[in-house]
Design a protein. Structure first.
Length: 195
């Protein structure tokens, strides 16, 4: 889930930027350092949006920079096990699909797509369920549940996030719409039978 957070940190303003507007420099430094990074306590930094307060600067002998205590706002994504996520399929392979959750990609393994046998149509870049003929293709929005989570703070690209679509209420937009229509038909059939 996405959160807007109020955080504090000590920011180093390099000597070559001391003549510029301080709030702009601090925002630039925070954005450069934090955006795209992962902190296991806070989450995945999407963006630093605003500097709220800037404290007195400190000079440390031997370093020409000035250090400021700052309070700022940031947008972060916090992932939780069992959370239902919306994402977009960005790649399909013979072993599953990669799903963009915004700032980070997750893996949807073929064994977590359906109870059916899944085949990979390499020509059309689709994963196809053999019995129902439902498929997953690049560019499709999906709803899935987060089942594995291993975030790597040092190398965010090495983080491991696993998804599943095997429960009801999960799947591609088309799958969910089909399921909803089948439920409506079932309800209409039940109403006719009771009259």
């Amino acid at each position: 889930m996405y959160y807007r957070m109020k955080l504090s940190d000590k920011v180093r303003v390099p000597p070559h930027r001391l003549g510029e507007a301080l709030d702009k420099v601090i925002l630039d430094v925070l954005q450069e350092q934090l955006e795209g990074s992962i902190d296991k306590e806070i989450g995945i930094f999407i963006g630093v949006t605003k500097v709220l307060t800037i404290g007195e600067g400190e000079i440390i002998p031997g370093d020409g920079a000035v250090f400021y205590d700052v309070v700022f706002e940031a947008m972060v994504l916090r992932l939780s096990l069992q959370e239902v996520m919306e994402g977009l399929v960005v790649e399909t392979t013979s072993f599953g699909a990669f799903v963009s959750l915004g700032p980070i990609d997750a893996m949807l393994h073929v064994s977590q797509i359906s109870d059916e046998y899944i085949s990979f149509d390499e020509k059309n870049s689709r994963l196809i369920c053999q019995e129902s003929k439902r498929f997953i293709a690049v560019g499709e929005p999906i709803r899935s549940r987060l089942v594995t989570l291993s975030l790597n703070e040092r190398e965010p690209r090495d983080s491991k996030i696993g998804l599943t679509m095997r429960q009801s209420g999960l799947g591609t937009g088309v799958w969910l719409e089909d399921d909803m229509n089948k439920e409506k038909e079932k309800e209409k059939g039940g109403e006719r039978g009771s009259q």
